[in-house]
Design a protein around this ligand. Structure first.
Ligand code: AMP
Length: 598
């Protein structure tokens, strides 16, 4: 049997792990039939590490010891506070990866030591490197860092073969990006990628909430936005209505006792038509269409060059999305692969292709760099001599791996040192770009000015940038792997971080661990993992009830009523075995508390 390489979609809000077994892609359940793990990490009252739904539930209670959306921080040098400690973003991500690894081991019944992990196509070198380090800290050898659109294309490609160009349209809860990819039998090449980090299905929910607030204002003269409990319920109802409108022409928002008005309870019953809803979200969809055109022109292509459009992300289930894309590009998009799981599935397919490579299967992956990398040098800038002119070596959208070099000349007679700065960006003034590395070459020959020094930039498939400077005449050489990239960890730090993460999971730290990462994991016992999850869930549920009891004293009469209802519902569910019911109760109470605290 070949080794197993799992595929992991490490998302901002949710993460998934998948594997190919006997030629089929399986997305591994994280709890019951649920295959989606919330990307949330926290420390419980007793110091235990919580990952996933349990951490998400405690966020309202303990935001100070819960971390969400850490993906947005990857590659930053910043520390993320959680409880009385702080962590690098890649350590927090490692906790999510470690949980996924353990779940995969429990499901498969053997150790999992290798993974393909996906990242957005626009992730920088530092963000990719941090993701790789997160994998290593979690005890996973990262077989490849894969672009999300490439993974999605692989998931679709697995069903239909043939050379073509495709658009991958990925609209999630809070992010949007579109990529142009070239698909061949065994090649996926990302030609261009563009997006908006703050556009997604959550904005659609907000439009429905605003619609309801207007209705309440006009009909009753009530401003419900001032009542946190009402807002919590409205948000939940808005998302449910939105999802219903994907399949039905009308949805009704019905919330009994939404709030008190002139001494009487106000019941909300409001129908919303799909037509009306679509008019609300149309500007967002238009924005995504504009982004498609930007991506196409970056790739030097027109709409007629595209043979296929692939839909990814939960919000693409909104029918208007496919309709507007079809009107704009004259082609019906494909949406047959589960849009929430598509990226993890593609990562698993890539993992299987790598694992099988030794057995003769061929796969070639071509990705592109979404950023330009270069250095600074003396030159002319706006008619004046300027020492920080940006000189790009590897340009944005170049297929990787790539190696480019250029020659530079010393400025002074007898110059013994050159100072090399590495930048990422597009601005002609290097100082307006991001400096990601810096090093000196010392001991040059001291030749007259004009001594040539060759600079080489090599960017590999995982987005790791090596920069080498060589004095042409003497061969004297100095190189770095972007030492100054923010948040870069060295080997010792990775080992130490892994020990800390493993200790948080209650695993023994192996003092005799070999220097290589991975290979030491034992299969987890699935029954004890499930029992642990159920226990944790109940501990969390009780903590939520306790917090609600504390807040009850200061709540208004109306809020108190809602609180008591939600607490009672949760207390009723506590002794039972129905985890789904318990989770629903926890979500409802957590939402109320969230808005009461706001
Ligand atoms: P993702 O980040 O890909 O998991 O997408 C999450 C977003 O998809 C959230 O805003 C969900 O409300 C939204 N979503 C999930 N299912 C549907 C559906 N059937 N129709 C419209 N939006 C949906």
């Amino acid at each position: 049997m070949n080794e197993v390489i799992v595929g992991i979609d490490l998302g901002t809000t949710n993460s998934e792990v998948a594997v190919v077994r006997e030629g089929r892609v399986e997305v591994i359940p994280v709890s019951g039939f649920d295959r989606i793990l919330p990307s949330v990490v926290g420390i419980a009252d007793d110091g235990a590490l919580l990952v996933g739904q349990a951490a998400r539930n405690q966020y309202v209670l303990h935001p100070d010891r819960t971390v969400r959306s850490v993906k947005r921080r990857m590659g930053e040098a910043a520390r993320v506070a959680m409880g009385d400690k702080d962590y690098a973003p890649q350590e927090i991500s490692a906790m999510i990866l470690h949980r996924l690894k353990t779940l995969a081991e429990a499901h498969l019944g053997h150790a999992v030591t290798k993974a393909v992990i996906t990242v957005p196509a626009f992730f920088s070198d530092a963000q990719r490197q941090a993701t790789r380090e997160a994998g290593e800290i979690a005890g996973l050898e990262v077989a490849r860092i894969l672009n999300e659109p490439t993974a999605a294309a692989l998931a679709y490609e697995s069903r239909h073969q043939g050379a073509r160009k495709a658009l991958v349209y990925d609209l999630g809860g809070g992010t949007f990006d579109v990529s142009v990819v070239n698909l061949e039998a065994d090649v996926v090449e990302v030609l261009a990628s563009h997006g908006n980090n703050h556009l997604g299905g959550d904005d659609f929910d907000q439009k429905i909430v605003e619609f309801v607030l207007d209705h309440l204002e006009q009909t009753y003269g009530v401003d419900a936005s001032q009542t946190p409990t009402a807002m919590a319920r409205l948000r939940r109802a808005a998302e449910a209505a939105k999802i219903e409108l994907s399949d039905a022409p009308y949805a009704t928002l019905a919330e009994e006792f939404l709030l008190e008005h002139e001494g009487a309870p106000l019941h909300l019953v409001l129908e919303i038509s799909r037509e009306n809803y679509e008019a609300m979200i149309e500007p967002y969809i238009e924005e995504t269409l504009n982004t498609i055109h930007t991506a196409l022109s970056s790739a030097g292509l027109g709409a007629s060059d595209i043979q296929e459009i692939l839909l990814v992300g939960g919000a693409t289930r909104t029918p208007l999305v496919a309709r507007r894309i079809e009107q704009a590009l004259g082609m019906q998009p494909r949406g047959e692969v589960n849009p929430d799981l598509c990226v993890a599935m593609g990562a698993a397919i890539q993992g299987a292709l790598i694992a099988d490579a030794g057995a003769g299967a061929r796969t070639v992956l071509i990705d592109i760099t979404p950023y330009t990398f270069g250095t600074s040098a003396l030159g002319e800038f706006e008619g004046e001599e300027y020492t920080h002119c940006f000189v790009p070596l590897i340009r944005k959208n170049t297929p990787i791996p790539v190696s480019k070099s250029d020659v530079f000349y010393t400025v002074f007679d007898g110059q013994k040192i050159v100072d090399v700065s590495v930048f990422q960006g597009e601005d002609r003034d290097a100082l307006n770009n991001i400096q990601i590395g810096h090093f000196m070459v010392e001991g040059l020959r001291g030749a007259p000015a004009g001594n040539p020094v060759v600079l080489q930039f090599s960017l590999d498939i995982n987005g790791i940038l090596q920069v080498t400077a060589r004095e042409k005449q003497s061969g004297l050489e100095q190189s770095i792997t972007i030492e100054n990239v923010i948040a870069r960890f060295d080997r010792e730090k990775i080992d130490a971080a892994r020990d800390r993460v493993q200790a948080l999971f209650g695993e023994p730290v192996d003092p005799a661990r070999p220097a290589r990462i991975g290979g030491s994991a034992q299969p987890a016992d699935p029954s004890s993992a499930a029992a642990g999850d159920a226990r944790r869930l109940r501990v969390e549920a009780r903590a939520l009830v306790e917090k609600a009891e504390r807040m009850l004293a200061n709540a208004s009469a109306e809020n108190a009523e809602d609180l008591v209802d939600a607490m009672e519902a949760l207390k009723d569910a506590l002794p039972g075995q129905d985890d789904a019911l318990l989770k629903t109760g926890m979500d409802q109470l957590a939402d109320l508390l969230y808005y009461l605290e706001a």
